[in-house]
Design a binder for this molecule. Structure first.
Ligand code: C2E
Ligand code: MG
Ligand code: MG
Length: 723
């Protein structure tokens, strides 16, 4: 309530921007006001001078000077001074010192005249109002002289000076209005000069409502006080046409009181409206300005860490590489990755993770002072710096990350790339440095890797994969290889695993290890998996249509498939299109995809189950959270990772572990399948411990369906009788 009242009166605290806005608005308005005043006063002075000469009024020259001239001259000089100050405030320049000098002379003349008038004042026949008026004019003239001198000294725009001049100017205007109108009123004329000056000062300039009210009310009261002792000539003899002064009382008539009050009220209301309009405009502009500042800041600054972002990095790095003075031989791009940051986030939460990133960002920024440093994304940073000395800084940063890590083992990986010759493609350089960095990920003890020829070949292939996946799918270069899954009960094929191969004209047949990770990194993996789904469904339809045997196929799904597309919906669509029974399509999800608690994956697996597909847990035992995964998800088959078989011959524990894992699957109501069976001993052992299914080179490598058919025909692989 109090705040509302304060803001209504305009006594609340305003921001610097709003104060500046008001100042500039008033300076602009002062320009118009002072120009009008200057023109009017010059005209008035000339007119008065002409009247004096025409009507031979030289004898009254002192009276006229006292009454009008000194006022005109003072108003004229204050108008000129205001104009000079307003121009200086708006242009920040002041060139016309000689005009300020002229103003000073004019004001000095007025001051001398008023001092002389004061010295002549002896109280007899003169009213107190005249004395007050001499003092007012003298003070205004002295103030004006001071400000003329300040302006002549050519100092910079000082707000308090311009505002003081504005207040003195307003004061002189209103005082002029009162004097002229009081004189005019005494002669039965209108009080238009007073009203005009009021409108000028109160409505053209922007006043806080409380000040507008005070200035307006005080000036009206003074004016009414000055004229109240006079006869109201506007009402005298109105009805009779005859003026009998003996019967007329002095004082103000109702007409003038009501009109005066209405004028006072409308001017005050206009003053308040003007203030509020300007204030809201100022606040709107301030918000816009703040927004612009914010936008321009975030366009070059990383929002979280406050260091530069990639937009800034790219443009500055490009400029730097193109400078003739840059010694390109010594320039190096560094890409940093905080390994295991995800685990830190999981353990300490999102905010603590952000805190760590902010601290590290400042650490890296300070360590590479004078170099270009930016946050690339997530926990990745890039630096463009001089190669000399950078190794020491990298080591120091690797050390410092351990101080921030808490209970989670963090390590800093750095990839480096030295641009060749005139190379100036920043994105290209960052990509290579990143590639070098990724190359040492999960390599304990390695924290630095320089991009070299070997990496270049791998990088080129990676680029090729990302750029050509669409073409490869379109041109039928993605092939499905089938690897049989054999039942330990009767040694027949109980399923196939569909494994992708990329037939590439230049590189030959690419195994999944060369493209799966790349496609996942560039979020293109769903395209491949969708292609494999359709190929498998089509193969099923062809086989069935040709009366060839076929068994259920397990498809490898990536965790990203569930994010990047409606893979379950697509699987259903393809099954419908090629009329494949759902029991012929199983879905493998690798264990490492399930390490985090992900609701969406739980929902997706639930949806798959509800749609009638079996879900297999792939590569069980290759990750770290196997047992939790068993608790959180429902699987039909557990595929035991081939790593379990790696020490089969010489490590006695292998068999015990395998047996226990197979028992565990039974207890959890799942079927077990062991991958990577390569020998008859392994097969026999797995059969003996009750492992339901096996898969491996011992039976067949993954092959095109045509080749598998040959193995079946030759009797090397046996199909079940119901296939
Ligand atoms: P996975 O799903 O665990 O597939 C089994 C991998 O083990 C296959 O490698 C297979 O060739 C290999 N393998 C099978 N038996 C033996 C054996 O006795 N000894 C040895 N040393 N290896 C054996 P491949 O075909 O290179 O596939 C590698 C991985 O790529 C797969 O592992 C799977 O995770 C992924 N992958 C393959 N095709 C696709 C696909 O279409 N989509 C997705 N998302 N991933 C796929
Ligand atoms: Mg698999
Ligand atoms: Mg596997």
């Amino acid at each position: 309530m109090l705040r509302k009242l304060k803001s209504w009166l305009g006594v609340d605290k305003q921001s610097k921007y709003v104060r500046e806005y008001f100042y500039m608005t008033n300076m602009k308005a002062s320009i118009y006001m002072s120009i009008v005043v200057i023109v009017l006063e010059i005209w008035m002075i000339l007119r008065m001078t002409r009247t004096i000469f025409e009507k031979n009024l030289q004898s009254q020259i002192w009276t006229l000077t006292e009454k009008y001239y000194s006022n005109y001259v003072l108003l004229l000089s204050s108008g000129i001074l205001m104009l000079l100050y307003a121009i200086r405030a708006l242009t920040k320049k002041h060139k016309h010192k000689w005009i300020a000098f002229l103003v000073m002379i004019m004001c000095a003349a007025v001051a001398v005249f008023e001092v002389w008038m004061l010295s002549k004042y002896n109280g007899s026949g003169k009213k107190l109002a005249d004395l007050v008026n001499y003092i007012i004019l003298l003070s205004a003239a002295i103030l004006m002289m001071i400000f003329s001198v300040l302006l002549m000294r050519g100092s910079e725009d000082r707000k308090w000076q311009s505002l003081s001049v504005m207040y003195v100017f307003s004061f002189v205007c209103i005082n002029f209005g009162i004097i002229i109108s009081v004189n005019g009123y005494a002669k039965g004329e209108q009080m238009l000069t007073f009203l005009t000056m009021e409108l000028f000062v109160i409505c053209l300039l922007v006043w806080r409502p409380i000040w507008g009210f005070i200035v307006l009310t005080v000036s009206y009261l003074i004016f009414y006080y000055r004229i109240s002792g006079m006869i109201d000539l506007s009402t005298v003899g109105k009805f009779t046409g005859v003026v009998d002064f003996s019967t007329v009382e002095t004082g103000l008539g109702d007409g003038i009181k009501i009109n005066g009050f209405t004028m006072w009220l409308s001017t005050l209301l206009f003053c308040i409206a003007n203030y509020n309009k300007t204030l809201s405009q100022a606040q709107k502009d301030e918000n816009l300005e703040e927004m612009n500042t914010y936008l321009s800041r975030i366009s070059v600054e990383d929002e979280l860490t406050g260091i530069h972002n990639m937009v800034y990095f790219r443009s500055e790095a490009e400029k730097l590489l193109n400078y003739v003075t840059t010694d390109k031989e010594r320039v190096i791009f560094l890409f940093f990755d905080i390994e295991n940051f995800k685990s830190y986030n999981d353990k300490y939460g999102f905010y603590a993770g952000n805190e760590l990133l902010i601290k590290f960002a400042h650490e890296i920024n300070n360590s590479f002072k004078g170099s270009l440093v930016a946050r690339y994304s997530d926990d990745h940073f890039v630096v463009l710096t001089q190669s000399e000395g950078s190794m020491d800084i990298i080591e120091m940063l690797s050390e410092s990350i351990h101080h921030l890590q808490g209970e989670v083992q963090l390590s800093l990986k750095c990839g480096a790339y030295k641009p060749l010759g005139n190379e100036s493609d920043v994105s290209h350089a960052c990509d290579r440095a990143r590639f070098a960095c990724n190359n040492i990920k999960k390599h304990f003890g390695r924290s630095f890797c320089l991009y070299d020829k070997t990496l270049e070949e791998r990088f080129t292939l990676k680029q090729y994969i990302v750029n050509n996946i669409d073409n490869a799918i379109e041109n039928d270069c993605i092939k499905v290889y089938y690897q049989p899954v054999v039942s330990t009960k009767d040694g027949t094929i109980c399923g196939f695993e569909a494994l992708a191969r990329w037939k590439e004209p230049n590189y030959g047949l690419l195994p999944p290890a060369m493209f799966i990770d790349v496609l996942e990194e560039y979020r293109q993996i769903h395209k491949l998996d969708m292609c494999i789904i359709e190929n498998v469904c089509r193969d099923y339809r062809n086989a069935v249509d040709n009366n060839e045997p076929f068994v259920p196929v397990s498809l490898n799904f990536s965790r990203l498939d569930f994010e990047l597309c409606d893979i379950v919906g697509y699987l259903g669509k393809m099954a419908d299109k090629y009329k494949v029974p759902k029991s012929y399509l199983d879905v493998e999800i690798t264990e490492s995809a399930l390490t985090e608690q992900q609701n969406f994956l739980q929902n997706a697996t639930k949806k798959l189950h509800e749609s009638g597909y079996s879900i297999w847990l792939d590569d069980f035992g290759s990750g770290y959270s196997s047992l939790n995964v068993l608790k959180d998800y429902n699987f039909d088959v557990m595929k035991i990772d081939m790593k379990f078989l790696s020490g089969f011959d010489d490590n006695a524990k292998t068999k015990t572990i395998l047996k226990n894992v197979v028992d565990l699957t039974k207890q959890l109501g799942m079927n077990s399948l062991t991958e990577g069976v390569e020998t008859a001993e392994q097969f026999k052992f797995l059969e003996s411990i009750g492992c339901d299914k096996v898969q491996g080179y011992y039976f067949s490598k993954p092959q095109p369906y045509e080749e598998i058919k040959k193995l079946i025909t030759s009797g090397k692989l046996k199909m079940p009788s119901n296939a």
